[in-house]
Ligand binder design. Structure first.
Ligand SMILES: Nc1ncnc2c1ncn2[C@@H]1O[C@H](COP(=O)(O)OP(=O)(O)OP(=O)(O)O)[C@@H](O)[C@H]1O
Ligand SMILES: [Mg+2]
Length: 232
């Protein structure tokens, strides 16, 4: 589904990502772990096209997408939930959700939200007319994920969806993502720090100083890897 190979990314002259290789197979959930500042967000931004790699390839569905804009990548089926959520505070929950439709290949005229969204995130149904900015952090995160789903993605990039969120909501978000992967065939690339959530993925990659330094099935996550790469 997604293959990243030999990716090198710079911010100006600082070399951030080094020879990154990573793949996300169809229908699987892959987790990227690593301490603060190692380059996890930089990798997701490069995959969605907000940053251009200096070298390396990004292949989605067998096609090299390096030269495509973020908007084109969204229409190809890559959904992105940035770190810090970035919902629009002055729009209502419903308006925020409908914005997600812009990522679809064909513009659909829709004013209703599909019921499946509320099955995944029941709390949103009660809050459709509330302003996005008035939701709690956990609710905003659910809204951000729901908005990405409105675009019908085949691959979902999630950047630390549980950062700064209270434990009970973390479990709800975990369960929703698990259900999405199980029931829809959507592939997920997740950046995450919570071990419980990381274990829900099929496969992990660990990043250090912009390079992938360990990877494997999450069933084989050792205590040593956990201590080195997760802030638990
Ligand atoms: N716009 C920018 N300009 C210059 N350097 C940047 C920029 N954004 C990030 N960096 C640097 O790139 C490196 C990687 O940052 P990145 O945000 O990808 O890390 P991260 O692994 O996502 O960290 P965190 O866990 O804190 O979210 C850091 O050293 C950071 O300071
Ligand atoms: Mg980050």
């Amino acid at each position: 589904m997604l293959q990243v190979s030999n990716l090198d990314v710079y911010y100006g002259e600082s070399h951030i990502l080094r020879q990154v290789d990573l793949s996300v197979p169809q229908g699987q959930m892959v987790c990227l772990i690593g301490r603060n500042g190692v380059g996890k967000t930089t990798l997701l931004k490069t995959i969605i096209g907000l940053l251009q790699p200096r070298s390396g390839q990004i292949i989605f569905d067998g096609e090299i997408i390096n030269s495509k804009s973020p908007d084109q990548r969204a229409k190809l089926g890559i959904g992105y939930v940035p770190q810090g959520r970035e919902i629009i505070p002055r729009l209502t929950v419903k308006e925020n959700l409908l914005l997600g439709l812009e990522a679809r290949k064909k513009t659909v005229k829709k004013t209703e939200i599909p019921e499946e969204i509320f099955t995944l995130f029941p709390v949103l149904k009660k809050m459709l007319s509330r302003l996005g900015g008035d939701l709690s952090g956990g609710q905003q995160q659910q809204l951000a994920i729901a908005r990405a789903l409105m675009g019908n993605p085949r691959l979902l990039l999630l950047d630390e969806p549980t950062e700064g969120i209270q434990p009970s909501i973390i479990l709800e978000i975990e369960a929703a993502i698990g259900k999405i992967v199980e029931t829809t065939g959507i592939s997920v690339l997740l950046v995450e720090q919570h071990l419980h959530f990381v274990r829900q993925a099929h496969y992990y990659y660990a990043m250090q100083k912009g390079g992938i330094v360990a990877s494997g099935p999450t069933s084989e996550l050792s205590q040593e890897i956990i201590n080195r790469f997760l802030a638990v």
